[in-house]
Design a protein around this ligand. Structure first.
Ligand SMILES: [Zn+2]
Length: 110
């Protein structure tokens, strides 16, 4: 198992070896995701106890924005993982700067 934590946004990459018919596994996680203020779930649509949309239209917009932002984070993390698997040095200062720029753009545009 190879596990790397990048020095930005708490991004952690983990990869297990691919051998003897095993497909191995790769995963990427981060503390970047926006979560429900009530239950902490990133995909919660205000369905948990302690939160609900009710008549609050602004709540619906907040949930929609959170889901869009988390989708952008998923895409960026998938790209980082694919680059790491392809052999690109995702820990280089230039690459880390690129991650920060992409994350800032996701936060500003969604
Ligand atoms: Zn919730």
């Amino acid at each position: 198992m190879i596990k790397t934590t990048l020095p930005c946004y708490g991004i952690t990459l983990s990869m297990s070896a691919i051998d003897f018919g095993s497909r191995g596994s790769i995963a990427c996680s981060s503390d970047l995701y926006s979560t429900c203020s009530s239950c902490g779930g990133r995909n919660c649509l205000y369905q948990c106890d302690g939160s609900h949309i009710g008549e609050d239209v602004q709540g619906e917009e907040e949930v929609s924005g959170r889901l869009q932002y988390n989708g952008a984070v998923d895409g960026i993390l998938s790209m980082i993982l694919a680059h790491a698997v392809a052999g690109i040095d995702v820990e280089s200062p230039a690459y880390l700067e690129g991650i920060e720029t992409a994350m800032e753009a996701a936060g500003e545009n969604l």
